[in-house]
Design a protein. Structure first.
Length: 518
């Protein structure tokens, strides 16, 4: 029997509706509503993360037990579980959207593991909650595979994010209009169990401010500091200031980390922003293949590109401004909030240059490096160069004899390679000259670069292959991707998993861009 040590602080310390009623409704004055998962027809465990199981003190036997399957498919509760959905709002694509909430996420409770760490367990796709509005509370297998894989891939890349314990097929069908073109069809349903120290979002604070519920807002802030930021002394006069500053800092860190690997979240609405600076809500995300600052995987955002690769830092700041506006009524002084935002700007700048220096193998950043780096990014964009491939190849460049041929495989088009070769050669000469200014060796630089520039990224076309095969009951590709994702900086990864995006994938749905349908 699986026995978790539960400590349900969110429901014990914040007001909620314990009735368990499932129907859609507004929940003013409350932070959560109790709701049971809706049972599914024929649950089947499709995949799990042994690393996350370890965090929760679960053995492989536990994971393969009937209890586990029943509990994590939402068909029964383990002793001590208290399922609930939380209330939040958000700014979506720049506009206030009102109450949103966990429409298809149901938390099972907060577990304290043997090391004393807190992890909340949350089922995504477990049925309707009071926050489902007109939707069904379910998730399809394809989007659940993407969430499961990416949660773990981000972790192994060293990027903060929510984790995923397991992926369970429900045996029920779910109706989705994948292309938003009026052709809805049934797809297999699935549930992912997400795991994080906290699923609190900017939107949890925004909804209370929007309702003028200032006492509750204060209560939620104090609760969040006490549970999720224990290093902050809440009694100290600048406790709130430190808290907001820390949110700004971890958010800056997060977007710089996304840029490091070319990750685009795709839907950076304030309801998808974690108070701990975790990557949260894996929807139409992706990695830029050919380097393109304006690229977004989200087809819904193709016109405005609000959430494209290069917009992520300014959008993160805009989201922090919305959070600051929500916090303002209960903050002792507005300068605390302004100071936090200024800290975001400063942190972003310093983390960006540190990150770029590391990517290029520079031991320290000099002002002139801005031009060196900007000019290669501009060239990479014009010549359609694969970002991931480029940085791994750049690590192999010899300072004494830089050869363009080393970079050739990073180009998608041989014509563009030929047409830009003189420009790239000129840039490589500049780069080699820059390298002579530091005490270094080719080998040392190469191993430093390979520790920050991944060899393996979870390209959308690869995930789509895992999805296509999983739809036929074959989980082998998903398992291969999980294994590669565990060692993303290793040189030795099966060749087919590190290949640049093939031409057939450019326009195939799911292989480059995606809709929000999930
Ligand atoms: P997302 O775009 O996935 O971040 O979701 C935005 C909001 O819509 C959140 O409040 C979700 O809980 C809700 N939502 C998305 N899909 C569903 C669904 N199938 N059923 C219920 N709520 C959903
Ligand atoms: Mg969301």
């Amino acid at each position: 029997m699986i026995q978790f040590n539960f400590d349900h602080r969110f429901v014990n310390e914040l007001p909620g509706d314990a009735s368990g009623a499932q129907h859609s409704r507004a929940t003013p004055g409350l932070c959560w509503a109790a709701v049971n998962p809706t049972p599914v027809k024929q649950p089947a465990l499709q995949a799990y993360s042994i690393e996350v199981a370890d965090l929760l003190d679960l053995s492989r036997d536990n994971i393969h037990s009937a209890d586990f399957l029943a509990a994590f498919s939402g068909n029964c509760l383990l002793p001590g579980m208290t399922p609930y959905a939380t209330c939040y709002g958000g700014h979506q694509f720049g506009h206030w959207a009102g109450q949103l909430g966990d429409g298809r996420a149901i938390s099972l409770g907060e577990v304290i593991n043997q090391r004393g760490e807190r992890y909340e367990l949350q089922l995504k796709g477990a049925g309707m909650t009071p926050y489902s509005r007109r939707a069904d509370g379910r998730a399809v297998l394809r989007s659940s595979i993407r969430e499961f894989l990416c949660s773990e891939a981000m972790h192994h890349l060293g990027i903060p994010g929510t984790r995923a314990l397991c992926l369970i097929a429900t045996g029920d069908n779910v109706m989705r209009d994948m292309f938003y073109d009026g052709n809805a069809k049934f797809e297999p349903g699935a549930i992912v169990c997400r795991v994080a120290p906290s699923f609190t979002r900017f939107g949890h604070f925004e909804i209370l401010a929007s309702r003028g519920e200032h006492d509750l807002l204060k209560k939620l802030i104090n609760f969040t500091i006490s549970r999720d930021f224990p290093q902050i002394d809440i009694q100290s006069p600048d406790g709130y200031a430190q808290w907001f500053k820390q949110i700004c800092e971890s958010t800056a860190h997060l977007v710089v980390e996304w840029l490091r690997v070319g990750f685009v979240h795709g839907v950076m609405n304030t309801d998808n922003m974690s108070i701990l600076g975790l990557t949260i809500d894996y929807g139409p995300y992706g990695w830029t293949d050919n380097f393109d600052p304006g690229w977004t995987p989200n087809t819904t955002d193709h016109e405005w590109r609000r959430y494209c690769l290069a917009q992520q830092p300014p959008v993160a700041r805009w989201n922090l401004e919305k959070l600051a506006e929500a916090l303002a009524p209960v903050f002792p002084s507005q300068t605390m909030l302004a100071a936090g935002l200024a800290h975001f700007d400063a942190t972003l700048q310093s983390k960006l240059t540190t990150m770029l220096a590391a990517k290029f193998g520079l031991l320290a950043w000099r002002d002139e490096d801005t031009d060196l780096v900007e000019s290669i990014f501009e060239l990479m964009q014009r010549a359609e160069v694969d970002m991931t491939e480029f940085f791994r190849a750049l690590a192999d460049i010899k300072q004494a004899a830089p050869e363009l041929a080393v970079l050739e495989n990073a180009f998608y088009s041989s014509t563009l390679y030929r047409n830009h070769s003189a420009l790239f050669e000129a840039w490589l000469a500049r780069y080699a000259a820059r390298l002579t200014l530091q005490q270094d060796t080719d080998d040392a630089r190469s191993s430093r670069m390979n520790a920050v520039n991944p060899r393996f990224i979870l390209r959308n076309y690869l995930s789509q292959q895992a999805i296509d095969t999983a739809m036929n009951g074959d989980m082998s590709m998903l398992e291969r991707l999980m294994e590669a994702a565990r060692h993303p900086y290793d040189e030795h990864i099966p060749a087919d998993l590190i290949a640049k995006r093939p031409d057939w994938a450019i326009n195939k749905p799911g292989c480059s861009t995606l809709s929000c349908s999930s």
